[in-house]
Design a protein around this ligand. Structure first.
Ligand SMILES: Nc1ncnc2c1ncn2[C@@H]1O[C@H](COP(=O)(O)OP(=O)(O)O)[C@@H](O)[C@H]1O
Ligand SMILES: [Mg+2]
Length: 251
């Protein structure tokens, strides 16, 4: 007999509901307070993040917007544990990761986070399959397991018939699908994408956005940067940055 316990029912409910809910099962994933990132250029200090506060719950779909230089990429790098803030706190799943060393950050990154970049960042001499399988080497899987998992994810993104192709034999949209597959291969909980459609035409952009929507529906948290309003409209929440702070935040 299936147990109809409270949590299970709430999980099912939230899976069919796009709106922000106040269910007890909504968990804070990211809690950022007073985040600062200061770059020193000669004698000049640049405050890329200037006392930023932000909270993101599990399974949210957030678009980060803001003018060039407002701190979007800096924030993404801190969110993704690629970089540490100068000061302030960043709790990820309840753990303050702001002051962790490189190795500890790398471990969290490998376990929790998948990245997608504007320029795809694929290795040109490797096939789609090899590009996607590569991060699994650090997960200590056998070659056979790595290939099976990479094939599975490439199929999920609709590239089953393009696995042996190299990046230059693929269209922009297909390259970005490979990059999305690579981001998903380790089963991360968070997908971070910095202008993932910046090099794609409108219809291809919308295809990639459909992919991110499906990823969020599957239970991931998706955070992406874009400067296009119609791309941002695909997300459930738009956070606007200006001068290293949150200027507006609409669900
Ligand atoms: N590595 C760096 N060294 C010095 N200044 C930087 C560096 N990265 C970003 N900045 C500066 O920090 C500010 C925010 O940059 P960034 O986060 O890239 O903005 P956005 O992605 O919103 O365009 C800008 O003024 C930028 O010039
Ligand atoms: Mg940027």
């Amino acid at each position: 007999m299936l147990g109809h316990d409270h949590n299970q029912v709430e999980e099912l409910n939230s899976a069919h509901c796009n709106s922000q809910s106040n269910f007890a099962t909504v968990k804070t994933l990211i809690q950022i307070e007073g985040l600062r990132k200061t770059y020193q250029i000669g004698t000049q200090e640049v405050h890329a993040l200037d006392g930023l506060d932000l909270r993101i719950d599990q399974n949210e779909y957030v678009a980060l917007m803001g003018p060039s230089g407002s701190g979007k990429s800096t924030l993404m790098n801190v969110l993704g544990c690629l970089d540490s803030p100068t000061s302030g706190s960043y709790h990820l799943n309840g753990q303050n990761v702001a002051r962790l060393d490189e190795n500890a950050l790398a471990e969290i990154r490998n376990r929790e986070i998948g990245f997608v970049f504007q320029t795809f960042n694929l290795l040109p001499r490797y096939s789609a399959l090899e590009n996607v399988a590569l991060p699994l080497i650090y997960a200590g899987m056998s070659k056979k397991q790595r290939i099976e998992r990479a094939e599975e994810v490439l199929e999920m993104v609709g590239l089953k018939d393009r696995m042996v192709h190299k990046p230059n034999e693929l269209s922009g949209g297909q390259r970005q699908r490979v990059a999305v597959a690579r981001a998903l291969v380790n089963k991360p909980s968070i997908i971070l994408a910095d202008e993932p459609t910046g090099n794609l035409d409108t219809s291809t952009s919308m295809e990639i956005m459909g992919l991110f929507g499906a990823i969020q529906q599957a239970g991931n948290t998706v955070i992406l940067v874009t400067h296009e309003e119609d791309i941002a409209a695909c997300a459930q929440r738009i956070v606007r940055l200006r001068d290293g702070k949150v200027e507006a935040d609409n669900a």
